[in-house]
Design a protein around this ligand. Structure first.
Ligand code: CA
Length: 493
């Protein structure tokens, strides 16, 4: 008896060592309004599934994304919602927007138009959130940058009410008054004060660009986690590359000789600024000796809003059709790269290196499940999750259990209005609730840029896809666009 007791004591003492490395740190690196083509890393595949460069890949300069792509895996078909807040709520909850009902971008001062019941008040402390679940697992949870989780005066306006221990510069709005330290990020400029970024006073009246300031503060917060000997979750959420298109002067010379308009040049400097931030964070965890145990997930929150144009009415995401806020692929395909900050023996699981994953899709809803699995954090039983863990796909393999669909449900008015878009397998359906032309159907395998609407020629496929969309909407308990007091339900062709 005594022997057994001492043996178990001995084992208990040893178990942290036997279980190997400490829990992995996670850096979730989210860039606002960054579309799939806003990078020098080729994210699209050719007919054989191999990476293919397009002209925009030669315009942008993102050496640190190239570095992460080389030591990690990137996805050619990674889906986000068409605007900010729905994606941000999906990352936090693992649910699709039709289910969590933050279906439109949150307007900081008023209720944005939409069906009764859409969650214009955003997330609250009652919601199950990714950082709150990680904190239960002993993580130090750091938020840095653009929050945009709830309007002014509501609980979710402050990320520390949603499970974060630290909030750096996050608030109710999504667009900074200014990126310039000289302007105090809006605080010192009467014309830009409406969207003045909170905190960061020590950088006011300096030449520190906003993307740099929130990176420096994030690095300091990581130091605090390490000092506490806690694993960290850093949600590095850049205000860039959202308008205003202020030029990041550190990089302006790289674009000044081009024939592109000034604001397109400024946009390219914003991209290069976030890229530097990515490299700085990877270098920082390396300098602290924790790079092999730090997972980096790079992702955009909706399609590109680059001020370039026009081809097919849009050209931000060429060759993809559409841009931020639209129902086409350019509105909802975003860059996704996953890798360990340094590949090596201490990585908690294998991630393929230098691979473009083109076989299956991924979605912003999957981030929640992926980070929970990485960290060993739990999802409460009663909380429905629409996403799945990407870990199998990150190893370069297919996951036979992953759903083959993504649904963007937008019962509001915006660039594309009152629509549901369903990607399922190789097919894409766009359903419009108002107006006569209700259906668009594309064969993405053979028509990846959505040029030929097959709704009238492939009637069986159209019916099948519409049925699948209706079933999905019902399963997620979606709210439909309003027509006066009436809810407009989708109809079969
Ligand atoms: Ca956005």
């Amino acid at each position: 008896m005594k022997l057994l007791a001492s043996a178990s004591l001995f084992l208990a003492f040893l178990s942290p060592v036997l279980s190997g490395e400490p829990k992995p740190n996670v850096i979730l690196f989210l860039v606002d309004d960054m579309g799939l083509m806003d990078t020098s890393v080729p994210m699209l595949a050719d007919q054989n599934g191999k990476p293919k460069r397009h002209p925009l890949n030669d315009w942008y300069r993102t050496p640190n994304m190239e570095r992460l792509a080389k030591q990690g895996i990137r996805f050619s078909q990674f889906y986000a919602q068409s605007v900010c807040s729905p994606t941000r709520a999906s990352i936090m909850t693992g649910q699709n927007s039709a289910r969590h009902r933050v279906t439109q971008f949150i307007s900081p001062e008023k209720r944005n138009a939409g069906p009764k019941g859409w969650r214009w008040e955003g997330l609250t402390s009652k919601d199950v959130t990714l950082p709150a679940q990680l904190r239960k697992e002993g993580y130090h949870t750091i938020f840095s940058g653009k929050a945009h989780f709830a309007p002014v005066g509501f609980e979710g306006e402050d990320p520390t009410n949603l499970g974060f221990d630290v909030n750096i510069a996050g608030c109710s709005f999504g667009q900074p008054g200014s990126y310039f330290g000289e302007d105090g990020y809006g605080n010192l400029n009467p014309k830009r004060k409406k969207r003045a970024v909170p905190g960061l006073e020590k950088y006011h009246k300096t030449d520190t660009f906003l993307s740099e300031a929130i990176t420096l503060e994030a690095k300091a917060a990581i130091n605090q986690s390490l000092k506490k000997q806690k694993p960290f979750f850093l949600y590095m959420s850049h205000y860039a590359v959202h308008s205003p298109f202020n030029s990041d002067l550190r990089f302006a010379n790289n674009y000044k000789d081009s024939d592109k308009p000034k604001n397109a040049q400024a946009y390219a400097t914003l991209i290069e600024g976030i890229d530097k931030s990515l490299g700085d964070l990877m270098d920082h965890v390396a300098s602290k000796g924790v790079a092999e145990n730090t997972l980096v997930l790079f992702v955009g929150d909706n399609g590109s809003d680059a001020p370039l144009g026009p081809v097919h009415g849009y050209s931000s995401s060429v060759p993809l059709r559409g841009k931020k806020g639209t129902c086409y692929e350019g509105g909802m395909r975003v860059p996704f790269i996953a890798g360990w900050a340094k590949p090596g023996k201490k990585n908690a699981y294998p991630i393929a290196r230098g691979i473009l994953h083109n076989e299956q899709i991924g979605t912003v809803m999957d981030i929640y499940a992926t980070i929970l699995e990485t960290t060993g954090a739990k999802n409460p039983k009663e909380h429905v999750v629409d996403g799945v863990s990407l870990i199998k796909q990150l190893s370069g393999k297919e996951n036979p259990d992953r759903p083959d669909h993504f649904m963007c449900h937008f019962p509001h008015s915006h660039r594309s209005s009152h629509f549901t878009a369903l990607r399922k397998g190789d097919w894409k359906l766009i359903y419009r609730y108002k107006g006569k032309a209700k259906y668009e159907l594309y064969d993405l395998q053979n028509d990846p840029y959505e040029k030929t609407n097959l709704a009238e020629s492939k009637t069986d496929r159209l019916k099948e896809m519409t049925k699948a969309m209706i079933a999905r909407l019902e399963k997620e308990d979606a709210l439909y666009p309003a027509d006066g007091e009436k809810a407009l339900k989708p109809v079969l062709p």
